[in-house]
Ligand binder design. Sequence first.
Ligand code: DX5
Length: 233
Amino acid sequence: MPEAPVAPRPIEIVPSVLPADFSRLGEECVALEEAGVDRIQWDVMDGRFVPNLTFGPDVIGSVRDLVSVPFEAHLMVEEPDALAARYVDAGCSMLIIHAESTRHLHRSLAAVADLGARPAVALNPSTPVEAVRHVLDLVEMVLVMTVNPGFGGQDYISTMEPKVAELRQLVIAEGLDVDIEVDGGIGPATIAGAAGAGANILVAGSALYRDPEGLAHAVSDLRTRAEAAITDS
Ligand code: DX5
């Protein structure tokens, strides 16, 4: 009996607030929610894991109650275990831990769940899918970076698409309920490749803010392109 095809997972468009106007961060989050985003990603950078420094938990906490969409913290930090609780307390319901940032990834992800948050794991471009094979049962999402982390506005690394496809096949083979997110260089010209490869959560920063027709158009256009790609795949 041929196996039933696996239904595509719902597409979600997630903004990175890295390109936002930090002097009006609260208003920017409200505008993103009004534009129809599914959640908001905070690119947390410590200047050590990546050469940039961004949001502390207090900054995120200061805008938490202005919107109702979930917050996810993309922890591009050297010591995620030491910081995890503070980002949960700030209102992040999902924590994304880089596989490269902790010696004991299984323990770090279990600790996120113990905090009552949704565990997720991220892979830098050079890190293979194999690095997360034995923690897939602990996570709700795997983030495949499509740029080298640290800055917005970089070019999409299309050679990550086979990696997304490999991960999707592994998740299906294991019968797991795991989303696949991509982040970096996602825009109108690249989103179909990422979604067609198997990503269903798509993070965009620059592409949202450079759309001349505004945020709502950008979100809707990206969602339409991604949904068309999974229909065609
Ligand atoms: C890199 C950041 C960026 C950001 C999205 O560390 O994680 O990928 O979220 O940036 P764009 O969409 O401008 O490439």
